[in-house]
Design a protein around this ligand. Structure first.
Ligand SMILES: *Cc1c(COP(=O)(O)O)cnc(C)c1O
Length: 387
Protein backbone atom coordinates (compact mmCIF):
# COMPACT_ATOMS: atom_id res chain seq x y z
CA UNK A 1 0.00 0.00 0.00
CA UNK A 2 1.03 3.60 -0.53
CA UNK A 3 2.73 5.48 2.27
CA UNK A 4 -0.25 7.87 2.47
CA UNK A 5 -2.58 4.94 3.22
CA UNK A 6 -0.17 3.40 5.73
CA UNK A 7 0.18 6.72 7.58
CA UNK A 8 -3.59 7.25 7.67
CA UNK A 9 -4.30 3.73 8.95
CA UNK A 10 -1.95 2.72 11.73
CA UNK A 11 -4.00 -0.25 12.82
CA UNK A 12 -6.21 -2.86 11.16
CA UNK A 13 -8.95 -3.24 13.79
CA UNK A 14 -11.22 -6.28 13.83
CA UNK A 15 -14.99 -5.59 14.00
CA UNK A 16 -15.86 -4.29 17.44
CA UNK A 17 -12.35 -2.92 18.00
CA UNK A 18 -11.54 0.82 18.12
CA UNK A 19 -10.80 2.38 14.73
CA UNK A 20 -7.92 4.43 16.09
CA UNK A 21 -5.12 3.73 18.58
CA UNK A 22 -6.36 3.97 22.20
CA UNK A 23 -4.42 6.03 24.74
CA UNK A 24 -3.01 3.75 27.44
CA UNK A 25 -2.55 6.45 30.07
CA UNK A 26 -1.01 4.18 32.69
CA UNK A 27 2.44 4.03 34.21
CA UNK A 28 2.13 0.44 35.34
CA UNK A 29 1.05 -3.03 34.20
CA UNK A 30 -0.15 -5.94 36.33
CA UNK A 31 1.40 -9.43 36.15
CA UNK A 32 0.28 -12.89 37.20
CA UNK A 33 3.50 -13.68 39.07
CA UNK A 34 6.75 -11.99 40.19
CA UNK A 35 8.66 -14.14 37.69
CA UNK A 36 6.58 -12.82 34.81
CA UNK A 37 7.21 -9.24 35.91
CA UNK A 38 10.97 -9.90 36.09
CA UNK A 39 10.92 -11.33 32.57
CA UNK A 40 8.84 -8.43 31.16
CA UNK A 41 11.18 -5.81 32.60
CA UNK A 42 14.07 -6.94 30.44
CA UNK A 43 12.04 -7.55 27.29
CA UNK A 44 11.40 -4.56 25.01
CA UNK A 45 8.46 -6.44 23.47
CA UNK A 46 6.61 -6.58 26.82
CA UNK A 47 4.93 -3.81 28.76
CA UNK A 48 5.89 -3.62 32.44
CA UNK A 49 6.35 0.07 33.12
CA UNK A 50 5.56 3.00 30.80
CA UNK A 51 9.02 4.44 31.47
CA UNK A 52 10.20 1.39 29.48
CA UNK A 53 7.44 1.17 26.89
CA UNK A 54 3.68 1.43 26.41
CA UNK A 55 1.15 0.04 23.90
CA UNK A 56 0.32 3.54 22.58
CA UNK A 57 4.02 4.29 22.07
CA UNK A 58 4.39 0.87 20.43
CA UNK A 59 1.71 1.66 17.83
CA UNK A 60 3.66 4.80 16.85
CA UNK A 61 6.96 2.89 16.88
CA UNK A 62 5.56 0.24 14.53
CA UNK A 63 4.13 2.88 12.21
CA UNK A 64 7.44 4.76 12.06
CA UNK A 65 9.46 1.58 11.50
CA UNK A 66 7.06 0.74 8.67
CA UNK A 67 7.14 4.20 7.06
CA UNK A 68 10.95 4.42 7.31
CA UNK A 69 11.52 0.83 6.14
CA UNK A 70 13.32 0.08 9.41
CA UNK A 71 13.22 -2.95 11.68
CA UNK A 72 12.31 -1.25 14.98
CA UNK A 73 11.69 2.23 16.33
CA UNK A 74 11.93 3.94 19.69
CA UNK A 75 9.73 6.89 20.64
CA UNK A 76 11.42 9.35 22.99
CA UNK A 77 10.50 12.48 24.92
CA UNK A 78 12.02 14.82 22.28
CA UNK A 79 14.11 14.89 19.13
CA UNK A 80 17.10 15.86 21.26
CA UNK A 81 16.62 12.83 23.50
CA UNK A 82 16.38 10.56 20.44
CA UNK A 83 19.72 12.07 19.40
CA UNK A 84 21.37 11.66 22.79
CA UNK A 85 20.07 8.08 23.08
CA UNK A 86 21.58 7.20 19.70
CA UNK A 87 24.90 8.88 20.54
CA UNK A 88 25.11 7.13 23.94
CA UNK A 89 24.31 3.80 22.30
CA UNK A 90 27.08 4.03 19.73
CA UNK A 91 29.87 6.08 21.32
CA UNK A 92 32.38 5.57 24.09
CA UNK A 93 34.94 7.88 25.62
CA UNK A 94 37.53 8.90 23.02
CA UNK A 95 35.51 7.88 19.95
CA UNK A 96 35.35 9.99 16.81
CA UNK A 97 32.40 11.20 14.68
CA UNK A 98 32.36 12.38 11.07
CA UNK A 99 29.49 14.84 10.63
CA UNK A 100 28.23 17.13 7.93
CA UNK A 101 28.95 20.83 8.42
CA UNK A 102 25.43 22.20 8.02
CA UNK A 103 23.62 20.86 11.09
CA UNK A 104 20.85 21.73 13.53
CA UNK A 105 22.38 24.02 16.19
CA UNK A 106 21.31 21.75 19.06
CA UNK A 107 23.21 18.87 17.49
CA UNK A 108 26.38 20.93 17.27
CA UNK A 109 25.91 21.96 20.92
CA UNK A 110 25.52 18.27 21.85
CA UNK A 111 28.67 17.35 19.93
CA UNK A 112 30.57 20.15 21.70
CA UNK A 113 29.38 18.83 25.04
CA UNK A 114 30.52 15.31 24.14
CA UNK A 115 33.93 16.67 23.16
CA UNK A 116 34.23 18.67 26.35
CA UNK A 117 33.06 16.00 28.82
CA UNK A 118 33.76 12.69 27.08
CA UNK A 119 36.66 13.39 24.71
CA UNK A 120 34.56 12.51 21.69
CA UNK A 121 35.84 14.42 18.68
CA UNK A 122 34.04 15.47 15.52
CA UNK A 123 35.41 16.10 12.04
CA UNK A 124 33.04 18.19 9.92
CA UNK A 125 32.77 17.51 6.20
CA UNK A 126 30.74 19.07 3.37
CA UNK A 127 28.90 15.83 2.75
CA UNK A 128 29.12 15.97 -1.04
CA UNK A 129 32.01 13.58 -1.76
CA UNK A 130 32.53 10.12 -0.21
CA UNK A 131 36.30 10.70 -0.28
CA UNK A 132 35.71 13.17 2.60
CA UNK A 133 34.77 10.20 4.77
CA UNK A 134 37.89 8.18 4.00
CA UNK A 135 40.08 11.27 4.49
CA UNK A 136 38.56 12.06 7.90
CA UNK A 137 38.69 8.43 9.04
CA UNK A 138 40.56 7.54 12.26
CA UNK A 139 40.92 4.21 14.08
CA UNK A 140 38.47 5.61 16.68
CA UNK A 141 35.79 6.66 14.15
CA UNK A 142 32.44 5.03 14.92
CA UNK A 143 29.75 7.20 13.39
CA UNK A 144 28.85 9.17 10.27
CA UNK A 145 26.19 11.76 11.11
CA UNK A 146 24.10 13.52 8.44
CA UNK A 147 20.87 15.48 8.00
CA UNK A 148 18.73 14.66 4.94
CA UNK A 149 17.86 18.35 4.54
CA UNK A 150 20.01 20.49 6.82
CA UNK A 151 18.58 23.10 9.18
CA UNK A 152 18.31 25.93 8.08
CA UNK A 153 20.10 26.27 4.71
CA UNK A 154 18.66 23.18 3.04
CA UNK A 155 21.98 21.51 2.32
CA UNK A 156 21.38 17.95 1.05
CA UNK A 157 24.33 15.55 1.41
CA UNK A 158 25.09 12.69 -0.97
CA UNK A 159 23.59 10.21 1.47
CA UNK A 160 23.86 7.01 -0.63
CA UNK A 161 27.54 7.58 -1.52
CA UNK A 162 28.56 8.65 1.98
CA UNK A 163 26.66 5.86 3.74
CA UNK A 164 28.25 3.29 1.40
CA UNK A 165 31.71 4.65 2.19
CA UNK A 166 30.91 4.58 5.92
CA UNK A 167 29.71 0.97 5.73
CA UNK A 168 32.83 -0.08 3.87
CA UNK A 169 34.88 1.35 6.76
CA UNK A 170 32.81 -0.25 9.51
CA UNK A 171 31.03 2.94 10.63
CA UNK A 172 27.38 3.32 11.47
CA UNK A 173 25.43 6.04 9.67
CA UNK A 174 22.81 8.06 11.56
CA UNK A 175 20.63 10.57 9.72
CA UNK A 176 18.50 13.30 11.25
CA UNK A 177 15.61 13.27 8.80
CA UNK A 178 13.32 15.72 10.63
CA UNK A 179 13.01 18.09 7.65
CA UNK A 180 12.43 15.33 5.09
CA UNK A 181 9.94 13.16 7.01
CA UNK A 182 9.46 9.57 5.75
CA UNK A 183 7.40 11.05 2.94
CA UNK A 184 10.26 12.78 1.09
CA UNK A 185 13.07 10.32 1.86
CA UNK A 186 13.72 6.99 3.62
CA UNK A 187 17.42 7.14 4.60
CA UNK A 188 17.51 3.40 5.47
CA UNK A 189 16.74 2.66 1.79
CA UNK A 190 19.93 4.60 1.02
CA UNK A 191 22.19 2.76 3.44
CA UNK A 192 21.61 4.54 6.78
CA UNK A 193 21.53 2.43 9.97
CA UNK A 194 19.53 4.87 12.11
CA UNK A 195 17.03 7.60 11.30
CA UNK A 196 16.25 10.28 13.86
CA UNK A 197 13.22 12.58 13.92
CA UNK A 198 12.14 15.45 16.05
CA UNK A 199 8.47 14.40 16.12
CA UNK A 200 7.82 17.88 17.55
CA UNK A 201 7.97 19.06 13.95
CA UNK A 202 6.13 17.46 10.99
CA UNK A 203 5.20 14.11 12.55
CA UNK A 204 3.21 15.76 15.36
CA UNK A 205 2.53 18.61 13.00
CA UNK A 206 0.31 20.88 15.10
CA UNK A 207 2.68 22.78 17.44
CA UNK A 208 1.15 20.94 20.42
CA UNK A 209 3.60 18.19 21.39
CA UNK A 210 7.32 17.57 21.96
CA UNK A 211 8.66 14.15 21.01
CA UNK A 212 11.27 12.21 19.08
CA UNK A 213 11.74 8.96 17.21
CA UNK A 214 14.79 6.86 16.38
CA UNK A 215 14.30 4.16 13.73
CA UNK A 216 16.79 1.30 13.47
CA UNK A 217 17.61 -0.88 10.48
CA UNK A 218 18.93 -3.53 12.86
CA UNK A 219 17.03 -5.04 15.80
CA UNK A 220 20.17 -5.66 17.93
CA UNK A 221 21.09 -1.97 17.84
CA UNK A 222 17.50 -1.06 18.75
CA UNK A 223 17.69 -3.35 21.81
CA UNK A 224 20.84 -1.57 22.99
CA UNK A 225 19.25 1.83 22.37
CA UNK A 226 16.18 0.80 24.36
CA UNK A 227 18.38 0.15 27.41
CA UNK A 228 20.11 3.52 27.02
CA UNK A 229 16.75 5.29 26.66
CA UNK A 230 15.69 3.70 29.96
CA UNK A 231 18.93 4.80 31.64
CA UNK A 232 18.48 8.33 30.31
CA UNK A 233 14.82 8.31 31.31
CA UNK A 234 13.66 9.56 27.94
CA UNK A 235 10.98 7.07 26.87
CA UNK A 236 8.01 9.14 25.63
CA UNK A 237 4.90 9.78 27.66
CA UNK A 238 1.94 7.88 26.07
CA UNK A 239 -0.16 11.02 25.66
CA UNK A 240 2.64 12.61 23.61
CA UNK A 241 2.83 9.45 21.49
CA UNK A 242 -0.96 9.55 21.05
CA UNK A 243 -0.82 13.16 19.81
CA UNK A 244 1.99 12.27 17.40
CA UNK A 245 -0.09 9.34 16.07
CA UNK A 246 -2.95 11.75 15.48
CA UNK A 247 -0.58 14.02 13.56
CA UNK A 248 1.00 11.20 11.58
CA UNK A 249 -2.33 10.33 9.97
CA UNK A 250 -2.38 13.62 8.05
CA UNK A 251 1.38 13.88 7.51
CA UNK A 252 1.19 13.38 3.72
CA UNK A 253 -1.55 16.02 3.33
CA UNK A 254 0.29 18.58 5.42
CA UNK A 255 3.76 17.97 4.03
CA UNK A 256 2.64 17.99 0.39
CA UNK A 257 0.75 21.24 0.89
CA UNK A 258 3.64 22.88 2.77
CA UNK A 259 6.18 21.79 0.13
CA UNK A 260 4.06 23.20 -2.71
CA UNK A 261 3.60 26.51 -0.90
CA UNK A 262 7.31 26.68 0.02
CA UNK A 263 8.31 26.21 -3.64
CA UNK A 264 6.05 29.06 -4.68
CA UNK A 265 7.20 31.38 -1.88
CA UNK A 266 10.88 30.62 -2.49
CA UNK A 267 10.51 31.49 -6.19
CA UNK A 268 8.68 34.73 -5.46
CA UNK A 269 11.15 35.78 -2.78
CA UNK A 270 14.10 35.03 -5.07
CA UNK A 271 12.59 37.49 -7.59
CA UNK A 272 11.93 40.22 -4.99
CA UNK A 273 14.40 43.15 -5.00
CA UNK A 274 14.51 43.38 -1.17
CA UNK A 275 15.71 39.77 -0.86
CA UNK A 276 19.45 39.21 -1.29
CA UNK A 277 19.47 35.39 -1.15
CA UNK A 278 17.06 32.47 -0.90
CA UNK A 279 18.30 29.06 0.24
CA UNK A 280 15.77 26.44 -0.82
CA UNK A 281 16.90 23.13 -2.35
CA UNK A 282 14.00 23.27 -4.82
CA UNK A 283 15.52 26.31 -6.54
CA UNK A 284 17.90 25.42 -9.41
CA UNK A 285 20.34 28.00 -8.00
CA UNK A 286 20.75 26.05 -4.73
CA UNK A 287 24.05 24.17 -4.45
CA UNK A 288 22.24 20.97 -3.43
CA UNK A 289 19.52 21.13 -6.11
CA UNK A 290 20.77 18.20 -8.21
CA UNK A 291 21.38 15.93 -5.19
CA UNK A 292 18.01 16.92 -3.69
CA UNK A 293 16.22 16.11 -6.96
CA UNK A 294 17.81 12.66 -6.99
CA UNK A 295 17.35 11.83 -3.29
CA UNK A 296 14.05 13.44 -2.31
CA UNK A 297 10.51 13.23 -3.57
CA UNK A 298 9.95 16.87 -2.52
CA UNK A 299 12.17 19.75 -1.44
CA UNK A 300 10.76 20.33 2.03
CA UNK A 301 9.04 23.36 3.51
CA UNK A 302 11.93 25.29 5.05
CA UNK A 303 13.25 28.40 3.34
CA UNK A 304 16.24 30.39 4.59
CA UNK A 305 16.07 33.86 3.17
CA UNK A 306 18.48 36.78 3.52
CA UNK A 307 17.30 40.37 3.77
CA UNK A 308 19.07 43.62 4.70
CA UNK A 309 17.39 43.87 8.11
CA UNK A 310 16.22 40.46 9.30
CA UNK A 311 14.80 41.71 12.60
CA UNK A 312 12.77 44.43 10.90
CA UNK A 313 11.34 42.03 8.31
CA UNK A 314 10.35 39.59 11.03
CA UNK A 315 8.80 42.34 13.16
CA UNK A 316 6.75 43.50 10.14
CA UNK A 317 5.09 40.12 9.65
CA UNK A 318 1.47 39.97 10.74
CA UNK A 319 0.06 36.57 9.79
CA UNK A 320 3.32 34.62 10.00
CA UNK A 321 4.42 34.11 13.59
CA UNK A 322 7.76 34.66 15.26
CA UNK A 323 8.12 31.31 17.00
CA UNK A 324 10.91 28.89 17.76
CA UNK A 325 9.56 25.66 16.39
CA UNK A 326 8.41 24.51 12.96
CA UNK A 327 6.57 21.83 11.08
CA UNK A 328 3.08 22.61 12.37
CA UNK A 329 0.01 23.90 10.58
CA UNK A 330 1.01 27.55 11.24
CA UNK A 331 3.85 29.20 9.31
CA UNK A 332 6.61 30.45 11.62
CA UNK A 333 9.77 32.51 11.25
CA UNK A 334 12.90 32.52 13.33
CA UNK A 335 16.31 34.21 13.29
CA UNK A 336 18.73 31.25 13.46
CA UNK A 337 21.75 33.44 14.30
CA UNK A 338 20.25 34.46 17.65
CA UNK A 339 18.03 31.45 18.41
CA UNK A 340 18.55 27.85 17.16
CA UNK A 341 22.22 28.51 16.35
CA UNK A 342 22.96 30.97 19.19
CA UNK A 343 25.44 28.62 20.90
CA UNK A 344 27.69 28.58 17.85
CA UNK A 345 30.84 30.66 17.55
CA UNK A 346 31.24 33.02 14.57
CA UNK A 347 33.36 30.35 12.91
CA UNK A 348 30.80 27.61 13.54
CA UNK A 349 28.03 29.87 12.18
CA UNK A 350 30.02 30.35 8.98
CA UNK A 351 30.52 26.57 8.80
CA UNK A 352 26.78 25.99 9.21
CA UNK A 353 26.11 28.65 6.54
CA UNK A 354 24.15 30.88 8.91
CA UNK A 355 24.42 34.66 8.53
CA UNK A 356 22.89 37.37 10.72
CA UNK A 357 20.79 38.51 7.72
CA UNK A 358 19.15 35.12 7.57
CA UNK A 359 15.51 34.40 8.42
CA UNK A 360 14.21 30.86 8.50
CA UNK A 361 10.67 30.53 7.19
CA UNK A 362 8.95 27.26 8.09
CA UNK A 363 5.96 27.07 5.80
CA UNK A 364 2.70 25.68 7.18
CA UNK A 365 -0.59 24.72 5.56
CA UNK A 366 -2.28 28.14 5.21
CA UNK A 367 -3.26 29.36 1.73
CA UNK A 368 0.01 30.32 -0.01
CA UNK A 369 -1.47 33.59 -1.37
CA UNK A 370 -2.10 34.77 2.21
CA UNK A 371 1.47 33.87 3.17
CA UNK A 372 2.89 35.69 0.16
CA UNK A 373 0.77 38.79 0.88
CA UNK A 374 2.21 38.90 4.40
CA UNK A 375 5.81 38.38 3.23
CA UNK A 376 5.41 41.03 0.54
CA UNK A 377 4.06 43.68 2.91
CA UNK A 378 6.79 42.88 5.45
CA UNK A 379 9.50 43.25 2.79
CA UNK A 380 8.27 46.59 1.53
CA UNK A 381 10.04 49.36 3.48
CA UNK A 382 7.20 51.85 2.82
CA UNK A 383 4.71 49.46 4.46
CA UNK A 384 1.99 50.87 2.20
CA UNK A 385 -1.46 49.46 2.74
CA UNK A 386 -2.61 47.08 0.02
CA UNK A 387 -6.27 47.87 0.70
C1 LIG B 1 14.01 20.55 16.42
C2 LIG B 1 15.06 19.68 15.88
C3 LIG B 1 15.75 18.78 16.71
C4 LIG B 1 15.49 18.71 18.20
O1 LIG B 1 14.22 18.21 18.45
P1 LIG B 1 13.38 18.56 19.80
O2 LIG B 1 12.13 17.77 19.61
O3 LIG B 1 13.18 20.04 19.79
O4 LIG B 1 14.20 18.10 20.94
C5 LIG B 1 16.69 17.97 16.13
N1 LIG B 1 16.97 18.04 14.81
C6 LIG B 1 16.33 18.89 13.98
C7 LIG B 1 16.68 18.92 12.54
C8 LIG B 1 15.36 19.74 14.48
O5 LIG B 1 14.73 20.61 13.67
Amino acid sequence: MHRETRAARLTAPAPGQPVTVPLYQTSNFRFESPQELTRAMSDPDSFAYSGYGNPTNRALEQAMADLEQGEKALVTASGSSALSTVLQTILRHGDHIIAQKALYGGTVAMFNHLADRWGIEVTYVDGVDPAEVSTALRPSTKLLFLETIANPIGHVPDLPALAAEAKQNGLLTAVDSTFATPLLCRPIEHGADIVIHSATKYLGGHHDVVGGVAVFADEALYRQAWKHAINLGVVADPFAAWLIIRGLKTLPLRVNRACESAAMLAERMAAHPAVSAVHYPGLPTHASHARATKLLSGYGAIIATEVADAQQFMGNLELIMNASSLGGTETTVMHPGTTSHRHLTADELRTAGVSQNMVRIAVGVEHPDDLWADIEQALSPARTSRA
